[in-house]
Each structure stands twice: as C-alpha cells, then as structure tokens.
Design a protein around this ligand. Structure first.
Ligand SMILES: *[C@@H]1O[C@H](CO)[C@@H](O)[C@H](O)[C@H]1NC(C)=O
Ligand SMILES: *[C@@H]1O[C@H](CO)[C@@H](O)[C@H](O)[C@H]1NC(C)=O
Ligand SMILES: *[C@@H]1O[C@H](CO)[C@@H](O)[C@H](O)[C@H]1NC(C)=O
Ligand SMILES: *[C@@H]1O[C@H](CO)[C@@H](O)[C@H](O)[C@H]1NC(C)=O
Ligand SMILES: *[C@@H]1O[C@H](CO)[C@@H](O)[C@H](O)[C@H]1NC(C)=O
Ligand SMILES: *[C@@H]1O[C@H](CO)[C@@H](O)[C@H](O)[C@H]1NC(C)=O
Ligand SMILES: *[C@@H]1O[C@H](CO)[C@@H](O)[C@H](O)[C@H]1NC(C)=O
Ligand SMILES: *[C@@H]1O[C@H](CO)[C@@H](O)[C@H](O)[C@H]1NC(C)=O
Ligand SMILES: *[C@@H]1O[C@H](CO)[C@@H](O)[C@H](O)[C@H]1NC(C)=O
Ligand SMILES: *[C@@H]1O[C@H](CO)[C@@H](O)[C@H](O)[C@H]1NC(C)=O
Length: 512
C-alpha cells in the first residue's frame, strides 16, 4: 500500500522485501465529461446468473489510478467514487437499523509491516460523514515506528477490522510496537515486536468495551508456534523493524459474546472468551485443538467469520491465502467453509471455492463473503479480482480491476445492495455542435442509484426554462443530443422517491 508522506515512503523503499520492477502495470480507466471520477474499466466475465447488488472495493497500490473507494455495477458502470485517500475495507453495514458505509481512512504500511493507523469512518446513505471511530495515544500509550511522526497520528486503529456487531458496537484491530524478548525464536533478548490487539468500541463515544492483546496471552499462544514468515534474523532488532509475529486480521463475535480472531502468521483462528482466555485454537495445518479432515488445510488466512452456530457445531468461513511473502505459488488461494464440532473436536471442510480455470495465488489481504442466497463473493486482496461462486463452487463471475498481483489491489471486496441518496446535485455539461445545429448534453449523479431517466430543460433565463427532452438513463453518464443551439440548460433526475435531483443551470460550452 502506498503512503501519503515522504518519510514513510522512504521507510518503505528502504525496507521493501521485493524490488519493484520497472514494468508498466497501468490498467485502463473510464472518463466522463460531467464528472472527474475515473474508475477502473472492469474486465467482467460472466458464466452464470449473479446475485443482485453492487461491487464495493477500494483501489490501492503503486499502479492504482484513482486512489479511492468505488461502488460499481456488474456492467462496469460507476455508482460512486470517493475522493483520494489511503482507504480500505469499504462496505455497507447496518447501524441502529439504518444502512451505512464503513471504511478505514489512515496510513497503511506496505509489507513487511502490512498494518496501519487511522480511523474507521461511517457515512450515511447521503454519503455524509456521521461518525469517526478512533483510539488516540491516550487510550493505550500506543507506540509506532520511529519513522512515523506520531504527532500526526490522530488515531491508531488498524485497517484489518471494522465490523459493526448486532449490538451496534464496532470491532477493531490495533497494532502496537513494543519491546519483547525474542530469544524463544532465536531473536534478540532485548527485541521489538508488533503486538496485535483487538477492541470492541462504542461507535458514538469511542468508549472501550473490551480489549485483548496477543502478548497478554502469550502463555496460551507461544511465540514458538509462529509459522514461517519473515525471518526473525532480519526483524526484531530495533523499533524500526519490529517482529510482526501475530498479525491479527479479523475479529468476529459468537452468539455467546466471545470472539473469533484470525492470526495470519500462526495460520490459526482462535476463540477468545469474554475473560480473554483462549478457549480453542484451530490451526490450519496441524489442527490445534481439533482434528482436521483430509480435505481441510489453510495458512496465512484472512477474514474468519462465524456463519452458523447450532448446538456444539459452528460453521466458519475464511479466505485461505495459502500464500505469503515467503511461500507463494504452491497452493491456490481458496474460499473455505468449514464446520467445527466442539464436542468431537473434529474440523470438517464443507466447501472450497477455487476456479481451476484461473488459479489465483494471493499473497496478502482478501475476504470471503457469503450472500443470503448461498452464493459466495471473494475479493482476492493483492490480486485485483472479485469473483462470485455458486454455493457448490462453480464460478459465476470474475471482475478484474488491475494486472497481476501486488500492483493494484483492494484489501477486501464485497457485493452488497445499496440505495444511495446523495446530498450533492446531479452534474451536467453541455456542448454546442455548430455543424449539426444541435447541443450534446452529458448528465451524471455521483452516488445516486434510483434515477431511471433524465429531463432536460432549456431556455434563455433561469426562470423560463422549459422541458425540452426526456431520455432514459444509460449507465453512470447519460449522453443526449437535443436540436438547436440553446443558451441555458438544467437537468432533473427522475425516479421513485428521488429528492434533490435538480442540477445547476449551465451554459453550453462552445466545444467538448
Ligand atoms: C503505461 O501504459 C499506459 C497504457 O498503455 C500508457 O498510457 C502510459 O503512458 C504508460 N506509462 C509509462 C510510464 O510507460
Ligand atoms: C482521478 O485521477 C485523475 C488523474 O490524476 C484526476 O484528474 C481526477 O481528478 C481524479 N478523480 C478523482 C475523483 O479524484
Ligand atoms: C479479462 O478476463 C478474461 C477472463 O478472465 C481473461 O481471459 C483476459 O485475459 C482478461 N483481460 C485482461 C486484459 O487481463
Ligand atoms: C471524519 O474525518 C474525516 C476525515 O478527516 C472528516 O472529513 C469528517 O468530517 C469527519 N467526520 C466527523 C463526523 O467528524
Ligand atoms: C503499547 O506499547 C507501549 C510500549 O511500547 C506500552 O507502553 C503500552 O502499554 C502498549 N499499549 C497497550 C495497550 O498494550
Ligand atoms: C534496525 O535494524 C535494521 C535491520 O537489522 C537495520 O537495517 C537498521 O539500520 C536498524 N535501524 C536502526 C535505527 O538502528
Ligand atoms: C474464562 O472463561 C472460560 C470460558 O468461559 C472459562 O472456562 C475460564 O475458567 C475462565 N477463566 C478465568 C480465569 O476466569
Ligand atoms: C498446501 O496444501 C497442502 C495439501 O493440502 C497442505 O498440507 C499444506 O499445509 C498447504 N500449505 C500452505 C502454505 O497452505
Ligand atoms: C436550428 O435548430 C432549431 C431547433 O430545431 C431551429 O429552430 C433553427 O431554425 C435551426 N437553425 C438553423 C440555422 O438551422
Ligand atoms: C442561474 O442559476 C445558476 C445556478 O444554477 C447560477 O449560477 C446563476 O447565477 C443563475 N443566473 C441568474 C441570472 O440568476
């Protein structure tokens, strides 16, 4: 992920694990006359019926064109694009019964760190910012890399989690740089680690309702159980290169109020009791407290979610990267649905989601979303693809927004229903076509979803504009040609339940 400040860019360049090749990974984007939005041109392949809803993703990485959040349709049409920012984990959720948009906004550090500091932003359906959830240094004496200017960090929340719970609280992760004895893994006794914390917060007050730290529970999750990742020989020596051993990357809640967390470098998911103790461990290669069936294995995974709890069984979904910066290209990345039986201590694979026609090896990030109809959406993290599967694992759609792996990416991607009611008005640009004695009109309304058609009003003064034309909406930007050379133009978006769909009055430009 790239960074806003020179200091941090320098840091990343000097510590980059892999040299960046000079190749040109630029991906095509779309442009409009009536909007400065420039979303990627999605390469969409469909092989079956897809579910309703729009695609939600961010664009990050060295070759990202517009470094923004996007809502797009399956037919490659833009719905909304944010301004520029270091954003991630963009999606809709429900807060107090109302649909909201949530995302991380801050500074994200590229691998070998792979974490960040920022706020979780919540917008309402008019795209108005309603809450910023944060934890400041005063909430935990947090420490970061010396290369980051801590006085510029208004909040230390990390990008890996921003889940709103059924209780309208927010689950978040946080990375804290601290001293720790690394001799158990052959590192320095006076070493440095990045501790992984998670919190449950009150959204309106930022009040801490629950706090957990991996280092506080190292007796139950010992350092020596960490799987192969960056060698400790290169990390842990000082505060600039803390050993990021746990790497928490998701938090979810069980019905009984305990938590499900995922650790990338333990290749494990853990059940954490309300008193903070580890109730069980599912290790993706050895099983941990469970016996894995022959089909089940995972490692370096992301996005572990509780899907169904029935008696002593729990169904869990996760995104199995099976790849990391040190092991890549061996096992394909897959979506995993598994069931744990906490009585028999058996872990069973229910379904894996892979496309044998298009093997993906995502070395970082990613998520697995279950839709109400049983279909599965996977956002492939460092690989810029979003895929929809049927419940039994057949590929229904692939949407690609960048080349290769690691050049343009989205931390997570979702398919979600959304009704956008933007406060800002539609936008119109008109151009005179001298030769043909006509005027071309370009109309769009960033973020709006419900308009089906446009009315075009023309005239010589603001108060005397009359309805000249009515056209169907075609995608994000609708283009219409009206006869004659007009002096003033206004457009109105038409559709059920629309308010505020009236543009400003503009004069046509002499050419476009
Ligand atoms: C990269 O490729 C794009 C699209 O082919 C082109 O527009 C752009 O100029 C190229 N950039 C460089 C630095 O070569
Ligand atoms: C997208 O990027 C282009 C080129 O840098 C820029 O002109 C345009 O304003 C950007 N759009 C938005 C919405 O930021
Ligand atoms: C677009 O997607 C199709 C199907 O996944 C793939 O074969 C093709 O190479 C992609 N195009 C580009 C430019 O990546
Ligand atoms: C949240 O923070 C963003 C970015 O700094 C700011 O634009 C917005 O106004 C803030 N919203 C609230 C509700 O404070
Ligand atoms: C974060 O780390 C600092 C020292 O590195 C320590 O003083 C502080 O207590 C830690 N915060 C939490 C919440 O663990
Ligand atoms: C920290 O350790 C790294 C790796 O061992 C080394 O390259 C770097 O120079 C050290 N930084 C400081 C400030 O000592
Ligand atoms: C913590 O909670 C677990 C599960 O509810 C329980 O088994 C354990 O005894 C508790 N530990 C302490 C120290 O209270
Ligand atoms: C790769 O797959 C094999 C066979 O399922 C499994 O034993 C191994 O643990 C996997 N490795 C990783 C890194 O996921
Ligand atoms: C241009 O078109 C308008 C509207 O159709 C018409 O009234 C006008 O006479 C035309 N002018 C010319 C020069 O053809
Ligand atoms: C007409 O309306 C536009 C905005 O819609 C405004 O900028 C312009 O000043 C108005 N013109 C007059 C003469 O009122």
């Amino acid at each position: 992920m790239s960074l806003p400040s020179l200091a941090t860019s320098f840091l990343i360049c000097s510590l980059q694990a892999f040299p960046v090749s000079a190749q040109n990974y630029t991906w095509p984007w779309q442009t409009y006359k009536s909007s400065s939005a420039e979303p990627p041109s999605l390469n969409i392949t469909k092989s079956g019926p897809t579910s309703p809803g729009y695609l939600f993703f961010d664009q990050n990485g060295e070759y990202a064109h517009n470094y923004s959040l996007f809502i797009m349709s399956d037919d490659n049409e833009l719905i909304w694009q944010s301004g520029y920012g270091d954003y991630s984990a963009f999606r809709t959720q429900t807060f107090e019964g109302k649909p909201v948009l949530t995302f991380f906004n801050g500074v994200s550090l590229a691998e070998p760190y792979g974490w960040g500091h920022g706020i979780i932003q919540i917008l309402d359906d008019s795209y108005t910012s309603i809450y910023n959830v944060s934890l400041t240094v005063d909430d935990g004496n947090f420490l970061t890399l010396p290369e980051l200017d801590a006085s510029q960090l208004s909040s230390y929340l990390d990008m890996h989690e921003s889940q709103i719970t059924a209780q309208n609280t927010l689950l978040v992760t946080l990375y804290n740089v601290t001293k720790y004895d690394l001799s158990a893994v052959g590192g320095p006794r006076d070493g440095w680690v990045t501790d992984s914390l998670f919190y449950e917060l009150d959204i309106k007050t930022n009040e801490i309702l629950f706090k957990w730290s991996a280092l506080d529970h190292i007796d139950q999750i010992p350092l020596s159980n960490v799987q192969q990742f960056y060698p400790v020989a290169d990390f842990g020596k000082n505060q600039s290169v803390p050993y990021g051993y746990f790497h928490i990357n998701s938090v979810d809640k069980f019905a009984d109020g305990s938590y499900l967390i995922s650790s990338r470098y333990y290749c494990s998911i853990f059940k954490i009791s309300k008193n903070g103790t580890v109730e069980w461990t599912l290790q993706g290669q050895t099983g941990g407290d469970f016996t894995l069936d022959d089909q089940l294995s995972f490692c370096y995974q992301h996005d572990a979610r509780v899907r169904k709890e029935i008696g002593s069984t729990v169904q869990i979904s996760l995104f199995d990267n099976a790849n990391s910066e040190v092991i890549a290209g061996v096992n394909q990345t897959k979506g995993v649905l598994l069931t744990l039986n906490t009585e028999t201590r058996k872990a069973t694979l229910d379904q894996a989601y892979v496309d044998p026609q298009d093997a993906i090896y995502a070395f970082s990030q990613g998520n697995t979303q279950l839709l109400d109809n049983g279909n599965v959406i996977m956002g492939y993290g460092s690989t810029p693809k979003i895929r929809e599967f049927s419940p039994d694992g057949a590929t229904l759609m692939t949407a690609q927004f960048g080349p290769g792996d690691g050049h343009i990416f989205s931390y997570r991607a979702y398919r979600l229903p959304w009704v956008g009611r933007p406060k800002s008005p539609p936008s119109v640009v008109a151009c005179k076509c001298e030769n043909s004695n006509s005027t071309t009109v370009y109309m769009s309304w960033l973020g709006a979803t419900e308009h089906k058609s446009w009315e075009i009003f023309t005239g010589d003064s603001n108060s005397s504009l009359i309805l000249t034309s009515h056209v169907e909406r075609t995608g994000f930007e609708t283009v219409a040609t009206i006869p004659g050379q007009v002096s003033l133009i206004r457009v109105e978006a038409q559709g059920v339940g629309i308010t505020g769909g009236v543009s400003n009055v503009v004069s046509p430009q002499s050419s476009c």
